[in-house]
Design a protein around this ligand. Structure first.
Ligand SMILES: [Zn+2]
Length: 279
């Protein structure tokens, strides 16, 4: 069945208030920090998610969980710094507040499989990766001269090549994360502009990344038979199990790091605050 939410956000708010008073008859015992996120999520209207995601569901089969509740629940998990879906499902089962604030009855919360099913509906591609898995190994760049030195990089020429490339490389509408962008634009960005929190004409965007410390495993394997032929260091294609990941040596922290672009794609939703306008 297709998801239907005739009551919209008001229905979610009404259900939450009545359920909340049932589980927490004296709501003022809850600390201020808890109230802060209750208020945030109570106001967060994600009801357009249900109409935007209609095409992602079949008319056949059982009635699905409301996509707006799945998205709200996932954002609540991120807000509470819970990144494990398994742990979050247990918390939903054990804590009434998390269940009802997500929009689920406390006695009927989704399991791990339902969350992964939702993620696969939101990612508009059969493959979980953007890059091909079989590719040529990266040529090792020359190292910095001293300890702590950065790998020599001609940043002026890198930047001058990047801009024309980005101007030429347009994202086509059916890209795998177009739906994530649409949900973000319609329910966060456009709304922030309407409420004058963001003035598009005075908008400055900044991007930054932080490397994740790892065991420096590139996770690749040979797919050629050069090794059997006696050549141990060929430059043929390798099969990468995590093709989006890039890795390298962080000379400042003195550790290997791994960066994945696909997880970065999820960041725009919770960090709408990172957009700021200059007046
Ligand atoms: Zn080879």
């Amino acid at each position: 069945m297709l998801p239907t939410n005739p009551g919209g956000h008001a229905a979610y708010q009404d259900t939450f208030v009545s359920e909340f008073l049932k589980f927490y008859p004296d709501p003022f015992v809850l600390p201020k920090s808890t109230w802060d996120y209750i208020v945030q999520f109570w106001y967060l209207d994600l009801s357009q998610t249900d109409s935007i995601m209609q095409d992602c569901y079949s008319v056949f089969g059982p009635e699905p969980r409301l996509p707006s509740c799945m998205l709200r629940s996932y954002l609540l998990a991120l807000k509470l710094k819970v990144t494990s879906v398994t742990l979050w499902c247990r918390m939903l089962k054990e804590t009434p507040l998390y269940a009802i604030l997500s929009g689920f009855p406390f006695s009927d919360t989704p399991g791990v499989g339902t969350f992964y099913d939702f993620f696969s509906r939101i990612w508009k591609d059969g493959s979980p990766n953007l890059s091909p898995k079989d590719r040529f190994p990266k040529v090792k760049p020359p190292k910095g001269k001293k300890q702590g030195d950065k790998t020599p990089c001609d940043s002026s020429s890198t930047a001058s090549k990047l801009l024309p490339l980005l101007e030429r490389w347009r994202l086509k509408p059916p890209n795998p994360f177009s739906l994530v962008f649409r949900l973000y634009q319609q329910q966060f960005l456009d709304l922030s502009i309407q409420k004058k929190l963001i003035v598009p004409g005075h908008l400055a965007l900044a991007g930054d990344g932080t490397p994740v410390r790892t065991a420096a495993q590139q996770r690749k394997k040979r797919i050629c038979d050069c090794m059997e032929k006696g050549c141990s260091s060929c430059s043929c294609r390798r099969h990468y199990s995590q093709p989006e990941c890039n890795w390298g040596w962080d000379s400042h922290r003195e550790c290997y790091f791994l960066v994945t672009t696909s997880t970065c794609l999820w960041l725009p939703i919770p960090i709408v605050a990172s957009l700021y306008s200059r007046f």
